[in-house]
Design a binder for this molecule. Structure first.
Ligand code: SF4
Length: 265
């Protein structure tokens, strides 16, 4: 089996969610504008480091989704997001704080690590380069609101960064956060992941993989925080075919495992 951060995090969030996604083959429909814009923006960043026309690449990538009936949030529109993306690319270029040597080899790098005889872990790292002249692992994020920076040290608890530090062995990590708001902003967040955090994450991965056989729901229904209300699989858990069909598609071939009537918990 090949595991990834997303898989482990799905299981730790809610084992039932893991089962829906990885065993029963249900995937969230690709209609979330923010997510698709993030992918298009990452390709534009790649073009920037390759000294190509990043704005043109963003337009080309984002144009693919112009008439796709995307789900926009926070009053976003296709045009507004494009405009913000171009402003962010301009700002990033002016700031000139991130450098990547050999961009063809240092962007979207695949790392694998054996976990046991039959299991391995895989991760794709956005980039390895320099922030303000210091070498580090880089992770791009696009968002419509700023990432919190207080209390100091918060970023070191980010499980995805800890995971990437663990698989690469790189302790210096940074998140470059492209904030799409009325006045766009870029946050350059840096932290150091310790050896102990990497060791602990390795244990967490091994322990989680051993437990991936039980799929009890961690529904987390407790107000005001309720992860189920934003979970794409809620239609399956509530046995609501309309909700499931609106949010999910099933992996080809997974239909053999049964349809909603078998998924009433
Ligand atoms: S709706 Fe709740 S119980 Fe069901 S998979 Fe999502 S988080 Fe888990």
């Amino acid at each position: 089996m090949v595991y990834s951060y997303t898989q482990i995090s799905h299981y730790l969030t809610c084992p039932r969610r893991y089962r829906h996604r990885y065993l029963d083959g249900w995937q969230e429909k690709d209609t979330r504008a923010a997510m698709l814009f993030g992918r298009a923006f990452e390709r534009a960043l790649g073009a920037y480091f390759l000294r190509q026309d990043a704005a043109a690449v963003l337009f080309q990538e984002w144009q693919t989704y112009q008439n796709h009936g995307l789900r926009y949030s926070n009053g976003d529109t296709w045009d507004r997001m494009l405009e913000q993306g171009i402003q962010l690319l301009d700002r990033f270029c002016q700031d000139d704080r991130v450098r990547i040597r050999q961009p063809r080899r240092s962007l979207q790098i695949k790392f694998t690590r054996p976990i046991s005889e039959h299991n391995e872990f895989v991760a794709y790292i956005d980039a390895i380069g320099k922030l303000d002249g210091s070498g580090c692992l880089l992770e791009w994020k696009t968002t419509s609101s700023r990432y919190p920076e207080e209390p100091a040290g918060l970023l070191a608890l980010d499980p995805q960064l800890v995971c990437y530090s663990w698989i690469t062995g790189i302790s210096e990590v940074a998140q470059i956060v492209f904030v799409r708001k009325r006045l766009v902003e870029i946050q350059y967040l840096h932290t150091t992941i310790t050896d102990e955090q990497r060791r602990e994450f390795g244990h967490l991965v091994e322990d989680t993989i051993q437990r991936i056989a039980q799929f009890l729901p961690h529904s987390g229904i407790r107000f005001p925080q309720n992860p189920c209300s934003s979970c794409p699989y809620i239609g399956l858990c509530l046995d609501r075919k309309d909700l499931a069909e609106a949010a999910l598609v099933r992996r080809p071939g997974a239909e053999d495992l049964g349809w909603l009537d078998e998924l009433a918990y």
